[in-house]
Design a protein around this ligand. Structure first.
Ligand code: T46
Length: 139
């Protein structure tokens, strides 16, 4: 079942600055097995355009801003990622596109599984077919 939601992260601040800690099974409902980040993305470039079969991720814009457009079998949602204390949790069959990267954008992603090209659904029509299937099996 494709699922997504906003996650508010706890900020530990003092007069030296701010710190955010993300702990497995406390702040996010999955074990982190991979960390990657997107940076130096050109302002007029968009990324993503795929879904995953079996993957949980937390996306946090730790610097700068970008837009995250997601779609599951309930429709589309646009998240404005513009804070290092807010993330978006995404699970499984969710089409994602990232747009409007600011020059200083660093998009941090924590993922439940190792990188596997087999897990990607890059064809939008296939994604829509799988969504329909999900809808039928859950009703
Ligand atoms: C996602 C969004 C938010 C690796 O070798 N290992 C990795 O863990 C990843 C994520 C990518 N790569 C290689 C595969 C490609 O040659 O890095 C290159 C760029 O990957 P991709 O075109 O898939 O990047 P995005 O920004 O379109 O999508 C990425 C993730 O792939 C995806 O899972 O949810 O960020």
């Amino acid at each position: 079942m494709g699922y997504h939601r906003k996650v508010n992260l706890q900020q530990h601040g003092d007069n030296r600055g701010s710190l955010v800690a993300i702990e497995t099974l406390k702040d996010i409902p999955f074990q982190v097995n991979r960390v990657y980040y997107l940076f130096n993305t050109l302002i007029d470039e968009s990324r993503g355009f795929h879904a995953h079969k079996n993957l949980e991720q937390l996306l946090v814009c730790v610097s700068g801003t970008c837009d995250l457009k997601v779609e599951n079998n309930e429709g589309e949602t646009l998240y404005k990622l513009n804070s290092p204390i807010e993330g978006v949790y995404i699970k499984d069959l969710v089409w994602r596109e990232m747009h409007n990267f600011s020059k200083d954008c660093v998009l941090l992603v924590l993922a439940s599984n190792s990188y596997s090209e087999e897990d990607y659904i890059r064809d939008y029509d296939e994604f829509k077919r799988r969504c329909l299937n999900e809808k039928h099996t859950s009703s």
